[in-house]
Design a protein around this ligand. Structure first.
Ligand code: DON
Length: 445
């Protein structure tokens, strides 16, 4: 076993050993078929942003996805219709109520959020239904792409829920009686039963959560399942509403976007870090897996995964602030060294985002004798620049130039360039020496 496999799998195994003996809670029985689940089943799985898979216990035992389908169908609705349109029909406020409560806004009948049944039924109703692409086909395709493999339906669970699902049908009738929803929630509730009966494993759930954590791209398949803003929107609603009436306490103590289901599945996502899926059918009074809750809570505590933790700052964005006469490439001749002395050099490394770009610009402002003279920005060791950082660096360089400071950038990969760049674009060179030479020549001229 490799070092990473060992370390992460060991962490999962420790959680499994710690909580496998907990037998609090009850297996759901309001859908008769769910009552047949093995109360002892317990599986844990985690998938990293590089698509590395870690699991232990019953991580490949199939069970039905139930309410864990809700965030993914919400993602599909957001992708098709956009946040503003979806929000006309489903709100995004924590209900503080049980999953099957009548959580409808006074006056409009709009469900509180897409994680409770009322909101999930409306969300399902919003998915287009055409002869070429029927609603359930779209949903199954979408869930499958999140999981990174073709999923199917447990027909027995579906039949069992369809036989006993009158509370959800009643909710659908109530929604129809109160609101002007342009599609039929009563028909959609049958599709909702099917979506709840899609079969998954804890590893599938980890892949689905990891896809949301990875900005909508499945880290196993590379498939862009939903746009990045949609993944962020879904994670936000999971963070505030995913655990029903314990969502606030969950966010406080565990600090991760999550979603539970009555068959015992639970997902949690660490944005840009990992997706986790657990399976254990013993449920607490709110309908969430007892062992899953304990295991994810402990993992978050042990590994410092709480969203609100102050993250370790990447302390070394700016690797060098100097003047060009101090570089090994500076010429020996007295007069040329004096010219090089007038050129400040700031080198950056790694991936540049808003925080990193602010550091680089601050260093450029301060660099040089009393913040004057030419400045060379060296991006040779920069691995990525996001659009925000690129815009900040470009406008920062333009501002320095407007202040009378000559600038040049060592940017061999053209990371700072933009399509349609004209004369006002940053002056970019393949090497630091060329950028310095240009600024020295400017000074001489
Ligand atoms: O609506 C229902 O009753 C189920 N098919 C799904 C509910 C569910 O999973 C709630 N989650 N804890």
């Amino acid at each position: 076993m490799s070092a990473a496999t060992g370390a992460v799998t060991d962490a999962l195994r420790e959680l499994h050993a710690e909580f496998a003996g907990v037998d609090d809670g009850e297996v759901a029985d309001y859908i008769p078929q769910l009552a047949l689940a093995d109360p002892g089943a317990f599986g844990l799985a985690l998938i990293s942003m590089d698509g590395h898979r870690y699991s232990t216990g019953d991580a490949e035992v199939p069970f039905t996805v139930q309410s864990v389908s809700k965030p993914f169908v919400y993602a599909l609705a957001l992708s098709v219709l956009g946040l503003d349109e979806v929000s006309r029909w489903v709100n995004a406020e924590p209900s503080g109520e049980a999953f099957n409560a009548i959580s409808l806004e006074r006056g409009t009948g709009r469900p509180d959020n897409a994680m409770v049944n009322a909101g999930a039924i409306v969300t399902t109703a919003l998915i287009p239904d055409t002869p070429a692409a029927p609603r359930f086909g779209r949903i199954l395709d979408c869930l499958s792409r999140f999981a990174g493999r073709r999923l199917d339906v447990d027909e027995e669970v579906y039949a069992s829920e369809a036989l006993t699902g009158d509370r959800n049908r009643a909710l659908a009738y109530l929604i129809r009686s109160t609101g002007p929803l342009p599609v039929d929630p009563v028909a959609a509730v049958e599709t909702y039963f099917r979506q709840c009966s899609v079969r998954v494993t804890a590893l599938d759930l980890a892949a689905m959560a990891a896809t949301l954590a990875h900005g909508g791209v499945n880290p196993l398949t590379g498939d862009r399942v939903v746009p990045e803003p949609v993944a962020a929107q879904v994670l936000a609603v999971m963070a505030t509403c995913g655990m029903y009436d314990s969502s606030g306490d969950w966010l406080l103590r565990v600090g991760l976007p999550a979603k539970s289901g009555v068959s015992g599945g639970l997902i949690a996502a660490g944005p840009a870090r990992f997706g986790m899926g657990t399976y254990s059918p013993l449920l607490d009074a709110g309908g969430s897996s007892v062992r899953g809750h304990l295991a994810i809570g402990r993992l978050s505590e042990r590994l410092g995964l709480h969203l609100m933790h102050n993250p370790a700052l990447a302390g070394s964005t700016v690797t060098l602030v100097t003047t060009a006469d101090d570089l090994p490439s500076a010429p020996a001749a007295e007069r040329d060294r004096a010219r090089h002395e007038q050129v400040a050099v700031v080198a950056a490394q790694g991936a540049l985002d808003f925080t990193a770009a602010e550091r680089v610009l601050y260093a450029m402002d301060e660099a040089g004798p009393e913040g004057t003279g030419a400045v060379v920005l060296d991006l040779l060791r920069v691995t990525d620049i996001d659009t925000v950082a690129r815009a900040m660096l470009r406008s920062g360089l333009a501002r320095l130039t407007a202040d009378g400071r000559r600038t040049a950038v060592a940017d061999p990969d053209g990371r700072l360039r933009e399509p349609g760049d004209g004369a006002a674009a940053p002056r970019c060179f393949a090497t630091r020496e060329e950028a310095v030479a240009r600024c020295v020549a400017d000074a001489a001229g």
